[in-house]
Ligand binder design. Structure first.
Ligand code: CO
Length: 134
């Protein structure tokens, strides 16, 4: 069911510093910062030949990544995003198999303008999983 690894997301305290580190030290192409108010984060994408790294900085007072950064003060890997051909069919299959979808269970528009869902990390070996409509 799952397809390409769309991105690996890393939560950071300072998006400008993290973007500069990827550009200067790793020689990567990094997109400009993009605030996603609905998701409580500002994102920048490190463009790689085969996938992306999504750098996430908290935005606003109740950002969903604030607690993660409290526990991981230096930042850390936050989630993996896999592409699926049909996000509603994927959700129904997962819910039928007992997996928990975060939030109200309906897809939201993600940073790429496509529908996304998040799956509970306790159902996937401690890793938060994002599914994105391909
Ligand atoms: Co993501």
């Amino acid at each position: 069911m799952i397809g390409r690894l769309n991105h690996v997301a890393i939560a950071v305290r300072d998006l400008a510093a993290a973007s500069a580190r990827y550009r200067a030290t790793l020689g990567a192409t990094v997109s400009p910062p993009s605030p996603q108010a609905e998701h409580g984060v500002t994102v920048a994408f490190v463009e790689l030949p085969n996938t992306k790294v999504e750098l996430l900085e908290p935005l606003g007072a109740d950002s969903p990544i604030a607690k993660f950064l409290d526990k991981n003060p230096d930042g850390g890997i936050h989630h993996l995003c896999f592409e699926v051909d049909d996000i509603l069919a994927a959700r129904n299959r997962l819910v039928g198999a007992g997996a928990r979808v975060l939030g109200d269970g309906s897809p939201k528009i993600g940073a790429h303008g496509k529908p996304v869902l998040f799956l509970h990390p306790k159902d996937f070996n401690g890793a938060l999983i994002e599914l994105e409509q391909a």
